[in-house]
Design a protein around this ligand. Sequence first.
Ligand SMILES: Nc1ncnc2c1ncn2[C@@H]1O[C@H](COP(=O)(O)OP(=O)(O)OP(=O)(O)O)[C@@H](O)[C@H]1O
Length: 349
Amino acid sequence: MSLWVDKYRPTTLEKLSYHDDLSAHLKQLASLPDFPHLLFYGPSGAGKKTRIVAVLRELYGAGVEKLKIDQRIFVTPSNRKLELNVVSSNYHLELNPSDVGMYDRMVVQELIKDVAQTQQVDANAKHRFKVIVINEADALTRDAQSALRRTMEKYMSNLRLILCCNTTSKIIAPIRSRCLLVRVAAPSIEDISAVLRTVAKKESFKLSTQVAENIAEQADRNLRKALLMLEAAKVQGNLNEGDAVPGTDWEIFISQIAASIVEQQTPHRLLEVRGKVYELLSHCIPADMVLKTLAFELLKLVRPEMRPEIVHWAAFYEHRLKNGSKQIFHIEAFVAKVMSVYKKMLMSQ
Ligand SMILES: Nc1ncnc2c1ncn2[C@@H]1O[C@H](COP(=O)(O)OP(=O)(O)OP(=O)(O)O)[C@@H](O)[C@H]1O
């Protein structure tokens, strides 16, 4: 089961709703032989990532959707080993600088050099160049940005960059001036309402314009948030006219997770919970927020005598979370702990 934000994410430029002029412009760009470097910017949930994927699809066809994840190892000058998961297709590669932190310059340089020096594997590829997508480009250090800038010229014949960020203010001027800037503004209330109503139709339930617009407003014109809110509200069964739309999206998901933990403590349920937590994390809800909210939601459900223990374990795993790399493990460990504590309490009654 995937969340609606994934299930209904448009994959081609034609299928994108709203900002039609921009979609047409991108389509035209993709057909040019001299496709430029692009810098996408705009607020969270405006649909930047979705548009970038649609552009890749326009450039190379459905093959870009065949993703693989490789583990790459980099050795820092101080001999520290860095492990990094790199998502790529035959045609492009994706990079999240936040995965590598202070070593971003080295990683950026090595990855780009690698990509630039390998030939396109697919001899029938529509373009000779490969694309490197850099998410959260504004999180790159200036050092990494300078390295990036140098490669932009050096490898232009077989490499294009697509950068994605919220604002361009943290991107150094020489990069900005070498990219075509693509602004993806937040969709309007009407745009979001239309997307929500289309999703409702596909899921075969009625959604009035009024309720759809309410959700769009409460989501601050963030489409991801709006879709998550819609799905949560649907699960809770309160999408009727006049119902107050629940305040937040993921908080409701987490309260459902908490309820399912208290309902059943089995390995199977743990696996289900893990899947849900993973989905939250992959939608950029910070792990510590997930853990904290989950702990609060659990506190509401359990008996008073169990509360101190939950707080203790939440703090324990929050600490682990800060020091560890695989966030999901620590949240899962917390859930497993709560399940065992809960079960023990039930049995001792
Ligand atoms: N043009 C569109 N038409 C319909 N749905 C869309 C469109 N663009 C985005 N969406 C939906 O909105 C969700 C959020 O979009 P996306 O992840 O592209 O936003 P973003 O701007 O990259 O956000 P962030 O900066 O927070 O990563 C997607 O999962 C998708 O379901």
